[in-house]
Write a protein that binds this ligand. Structure first.
Ligand code: PHE
Ligand code: ZN
Length: 872
């Protein structure tokens, strides 16, 4: 039980380590209940005399020897978190023997056993659950790892680096030795041992070296990693071409495990994946799953340079590796697929998760300034907003300038534990620009609001655009300074003609699109030679993670939807139009959906086949959760009703067009997960949404037929998702059929659970409770919990049911889970992040859940930190 308030760790208190470990040899004798770990390290003092304090938790200490001499208990002190040796020489070796129980480890940090496979997770602070060490990212050592285990149970023995030895041992045991020549922090250490199947391939690097590629999976799953292997090779090639980065070891390995706290982990040469983001087959994976696998495989691979070769000095620099690596994987996916559609998807996610975070009690800067538990800072702000900050840097210095800056970064900091400051300085040094104001993006939390007001002077033919920025206070940051903001924009004339953008004082005619740099609280930019009153298209490509406020008429929005050359802003105009008409309906301003918008959707349908994935996005009105972000006091029932009404009005107006389009897009030929085929499926399934808008028996019949005719998981899920809206025997039959077909595949059963948890049916909360008792549900497996309870907490209508039963279910689950896996419990608690944005009744109910968590005896510091911050 916690006896004192957990202590906050602050960036401003950073001190270089007193000791360095240059080499470490680890020896693991594996066994589920008592694994013996012997760590032999070469240590040197960096400065003045100071006690050696090593981190260690949940360890059974067996022995300590300094320079070969076994220490007595009087020579050191051990508490729950540290091992301290007061007097040590300047250079010495330390041999520490510990014992751990992987089978009992439910936290999934350190060494744990999942479905018979030993596996590690050390980021951020899991290594201290393996042995006593300086568990901080700025201590870089060369690792040699020997693993010994029963050969029948664990024929495969893996660690970082290259394999250097192995052999048989008496008693049916065997061993393997791995050596990683690249110094690394301990959070990148990994070990895997078990009975695994493998698929192998290879890659020839840009300098002609051959790298063995291996993906390890549970036996039988081999065919399901072919897509991941293909993604890996494409990612390796892309990193060579776009960043000049070559892979550095002789072998690169990926392992899929079934129990994992996050998506995947970039351990040097041995990436470990949640099997959810690695395994795919047409029968079991949706198009979104394929895209996600491609992105995560690339993400972890890219970390080899942005994370492993150059790591973080301390955890406040987390975005140095994560923001950058997300930006890299987003760029990769954009190049592999449709860049425009990828941008829409990324922005959608950013707004839903990061804007939400930025506007609530957990708001923090991309570079947090303090934390209690670092696990709580693997956030949308550090990841997704961090990526946006890098995108803006690229916008400011241009494509070539960006490459120069990253080249310098890799050259200057290879082998180091670096800081965000080091990164920004590379941009300054290569571009000659002063980025001191830009640095505020790393330290100021919150989403800027940018108001844009244009004034056209027909006599002078000038258009004066005034941009005004503001940034609301966030916890701990009452006053903000103006930011350095790149605003990409264009002006449209009649029928969508692009007008040249010539700023006052410029001699030559300007381009049709440009980036303005807003640095003051308010600035006016005057364009000259503007022959007609223009239509403003601002924030193109979402050039800044901000909210734009522009006064626009319905007519102007419809014109942008139809003609803006920037596909992002075409989509944005449609979203704004849909949101506006729904908000007007909710506030009682209008009686029916805006006819201009409904008509504009008809135009989208007419041109849908030009870019089907894009059209599918255009046809998806803001989600209920996206609508919530636009309301001062969220009314989940009104939002749900308004969205249904809008969809029904669109369906009524364009029913025949939807039907014709739906029929013309029927699946043909064999399945391919490529972007074009996925786009076709997405568009057809978007049509299905409208064709079933009535939610009556005819709709249920169409959905059931869609489900039955489906030849791939994407279409099956689309049929099922439609049926979740309906109380119908057809829905029950389809769900039963699906369950029977996939009962043996946990990842597919997760989808089955998730769909039921996301249902708008009034009995959803009871159904979720019942499913928690299902044999396939396991609270110890994060995928299962996220698929069922996590999905339910994202069901705005039912989670936020006014009777509070949804809150109670989620609150209860979080408290139970906290004792098993605190990291995942604390993340799930994010479901309550928006509690202050609801009416008094719901606020009281959610507050009660948070208070109950905070008061729970023995609560983890992870959950304590988020619950108390949310209560604020
Ligand atoms: N570093 C991992 C990634 O983003 C995320 C992760 C963090 C995984 C902590 C496990 C534990 O690639
Ligand atoms: Zn990452």
């Amino acid at each position: 039980m916690r006896t004192e308030e957990p202590r906050a760790i602050r960036l401003k208190d950073y001190r270089a380590p007193d000791y360095k470990v240059s080499k470490i040899s680890l020896d693991f004798v594996l066994s589920p209940e008592a694994t013996r770990v012997t760590a032999l390290m070469t240590v040197a003092r960096t400065g003045v005399l100071a006690p050696l304090v090593l981190d260690g938790e949940h360890l059974k200490l067996v022995s300590v020897a300094l320079d070969g001499r076994v220490l007595g208990t009087e020579d050191y002190a051990v508490d729950a978190e540290t091992l301290t040796i007061d007097k040590v020489p300047e250079h010495f070796t330390l041999e520490i023997v510990t014992e751990i129980a992987p089978a009992k480890n439910t936290s999934l940090e350190g060494l744990y056993l999942a479905k018979g496979i030993f596996c590690t997770q050390c980021e951020a602070e899991g290594f201290r659950r393996i042995t006593y060490f300086l568990d901080r990212p700025d201590v870089l050592a060369v690792y040699t790892t020997r693993i010994e285990a029963d050969k029948a149970l664990c024929p495969v023995l893996l660690s970082n680096g290259n394999p250097i030895a192995g052999g048989e041992l008496p008693g049916g045991r065997h061993f393997a030795v791995w050596h990683d020549p690249f110094p690394k922090p301990c959070y990148l250490f990994a070990l895997v041992a078990g009975d695994l199947g493998v698929i192998t391939d290879h890659f020839i690097t840009m300098s002609g070296r051959k790298v063995d590629l291996r993906i390890f999976v549970e036996h039988g799953n081999e065919p399901k990693v072919l897509y991941a292997m293909d993604s890996l090779k494409r990612a390796m090639k892309w990193d060579e071409e776009k960043y000049g980065r070559e892979y550095d070891l002789d072998i690169f390995m990926i392992v899929a495990v079934s129990a994992f706290n996050f998506g995947a982990m970039e351990n040097k040469g041995l990436n470990i994946f949640n099997d959810k983001v690695l395994l795919a087959s047409p029968e079991t994976a949706t198009d979104d799953d394929y895209a996600h696998i491609e992105a995560v495989v690339a993400h972890e691979y890219f970390h080899n340079w942005t994370g492993d070769r150059i790591t973080c000095r301390d955890w406040f620099q987390l975005s140095l590796k994560e923001g950058l690596t997300v930006f890299r994987d987003q760029s990769f996916s954009a190049d592999q697929r449709s860049a425009g559609v990828k941008r829409i998807e990324d922005v959608r996610l950013l707004r839903l998760r990061q804007f939400q975070e930025d506007g609530g009690p957990l708001a923090h800067p991309v570079q947090p300034q303090s934390y209690i538990t670092i696990d709580n800072f693997y956030t949308a702000t550090v990841y997704e907003k961090g990526a946006e900050v890098i995108r803006m840097l690229k916008t400011l210095v241009g494509e070539d300038g960006y490459r120069k800056a990253t080249d310098l970064y890799f050259e200057r900091h290879d082998g180091q534990a670096a800081t965000v400051e080091d990164w920004v300085r590379c941009f300054e040094d290569t571009s000659g620009r002063d980025l001191s104001q830009f640095r505020l993006w790393y330290v100021q939390a919150g989403t800027p609001v940018i108001e844009a007001r244009g004034a056209y002077d027909p006599g002078q033919k000038t258009y004066a655009l005034t941009l005004k920025q503001s940034l609301a206070p966030t916890p701990g940051q009452p006053v903000k300074k103006p930011m350095h903001i790149p605003v990409r924009l264009g002006l449209l004339g009649k029928a969508g003609r692009a007008l040249p953008l010539t700023l006052e004082g410029e001699n030559a005619q300007g381009p049709e699109e440009r980036v303005l740099e807003l640095t003051d609280a308010e600035q006016t930019f005057t364009f000259v030679g503007v022959d007609e009153a223009p239509l403003l298209s601002v924030g193109r490509g979402f050039s800044v993670p901000a909210t734009f406020k522009v006064t626009q008429s319905g007519w102007e929005r419809a014109a942008l939807m139809a003609h803006d050359p920037d596909s992002f802003n075409r989509w944005e105009a449609g979203q704004t139009a849909a949101r506006t008409t729904m908000l007007d309906a909710i506030s009682g301003k209008v009686s029916g959906p805006d006819p201009l918008y409904v008509e504009a959707v008809g135009e989208v349908l007419a041109r849908a086949k030009d870019d089907m994935a894009f059209a599918a996005n255009m046809l998806t009105p803001p989600l209920e959760s996206e609508m919530a972000m636009a309301m001062t006091v969220v009314d989940p029932d009104a939002i749900h009703a308004a969205r249904l009404t809008l969809i029904r009005a669109i369906a009524a107006a364009h029913g025949e067009k939807f039907a014709a389009l739906y029929d013309s897009l029927s699946a043909t030929g064999t399945f391919s997960p490529d972007a074009a085929s996925a786009g076709r499926r997405a568009l057809r399934n978007a049509c299905l949404r409208y064709l079933t808008a009535a939610d009556d028996d005819k709709a249920a019949a169409l959905a059931a037929a869609h489900y039955e005719a489906a030849t791939n998981m994407t279409d099956m899920i689309a049929g099922l998702a439609t049926l979740t809206r309906m109380v119908s025997p057809r829905a029950d039959a389809a769900f039963a059929h699906f369950y029977n077909r996939f009962a043996k595949d946990p990842l597919v059963i997760d989808k089955w659970m998730g769909l039921q948890a996301g249902s708008s049916r009034p009995d959803t909360v009871e159904r979720v409770r019942t499913l928690m008792g299902h044999a396939a549900f396991d609270i110890k497996n994060p995928n299962r919990v996220r698929a069922l309870v996590g999905a339910f907490s994202g069901n705005q209508l039912r989670f936020h049911a006014a009777d509070g039963r949804g809150y109670a279910l989620v609150g209860e689950t979080i408290r139970t889970l906290d004792k098993i896996n605190a990291m995942v419990a604390a993340r799930m608690a994010g479901a309550f992040e928006t509690w202050r944005r609801f009416d008094d009744g719901r606020q009281a109910l959610m507050r009660h859940e948070l208070e109950t968590m905070a008061k729970t005896p023995g609560i983890s510091s992870n959950l304590f930190e988020v619950a108390t911050k949310m209560l604020g």
